[in-house]
Structure formats: structure tokens, C-alpha cells
Write a protein that binds this ligand. Structure first.
Ligand SMILES: [Zn+2]
Length: 148
């Protein structure tokens, strides 16, 4: 899935990440985790300095929201909601027991972010359909050759 995340500090992008779960076959290789890890490495600290903001194209999952809280991200901006009309991210932010609050702003450029995912899935379906047709045509050709 095409999901991107950046960490901004003092109006500069200081770290970025994208979803590499399928490529790495790693359950934790989400865009936000990559960006947070890189930002922590940059500051040589698991605790990001005050003022770090995380921007991500899709609402974070509970793991990534937990990582954002643990790294002390101050503000989280996300684009598309995971589910219409329901935000688990807000609930996690409110329920967290850490002495840190992460402000959550959802629905930023929501239409554009949603379109990225919708386009991706429709092109995946199209590719699967074409592959199926190609295989069927190949089978028919093989059957015709065997008849000869
Ligand atoms: Zn995640």
C-alpha cells in the first residue's frame, strides 16, 4: 500500500518513511515507524525534541500511534481516515497513560490521500484481471497446440 510519512521539526522535514511491509515481509515496517526510527536516530534519542510533528497520508494504526506517543511526537496530522466517521487514533491519544499528549488532526488533504489509495487498489484489480486474461489465453493456446 502506498503510504508515506514525514517528521517535521522547526519547519523542516527531518525524516521520512514509506510502507515497506510487503517488500521486507516485516509487520512493523509501516511508514510512520520508519520515519520515527529515522528521526530518533538523527537525534540519537528515543525521545524526540519538543515540536516534532508527524505527517502521514493514512490514519496510523495502533502500533504507529503508540510509537508516536512513545517518541513524544507533539502533533500528528493524517490524511485519509481508516474508517469513515470513526477514528481509533483519537481514542488511543486520549487513553494513553504517558505523561505526554500528542495532538491529532485528521482529514488533512483527505480527498487527495484517499485517491492515492483508491487508485492503487483499482490498478491492482486491473492488473490481476489482465493477468487472469493472459493466463486464460495462454491455456487456450496450449490446448489448441495439443489438439494439433
Ligand atoms: Zn502502522
Amino acid at each position: 500500500m502506498p503510504i508515506g510519512a514525514v517528521i517535521v521539526y522547526e519547519d523542516k522535514v527531518i525524516a521520512s518513511g514509506y510502507n515497506r511491509r510487503a517488500k521486507l515481509q516485516l509487520a512493523s515496517a509501516h511508514a510512520e515507524m520508519m520515519a520515527i526510527d529515522r528521526a530518533c536516530k538523527k537525534f540519537h534519542s528515543w525521545r524526540l525534541p519538543e515540536g516534532c510533528e508527524l505527517y502521514v497520508s493514512l490514519e496510523p494504526c495502533p502500533m504507529c500511534m503508540g510509537a508516536a506517543l512513545n517518541a513524544r511526537v507533539d502533533k500528528l496530522y493524517f490524511g485519509a481516515y481508516e474508517q469513515k466517521g470513526r477514528s481509533l487514533t483519537d481514542q488511543i491519544a486520549e487513553a494513553n497513560l504517558l505523561n505526554h499528549k500528542t495532538e491529532v488532526v485528521g482529514g488533512v488533504l483527505e480527498e487527495e490521500c484517499s485517491a492515492l489509495l483508491t487508485d492503487f487498489f483499482s490498478s491492482m484489480r486491473q492488473r490481476a484481471k489482465e493477468e487472469k486474461q493472459r493466463r486464460r489465453a495462454q491455456e487456450e493456446q496450449t490446448d489448441n497446440l495439443e489438439e494439433l
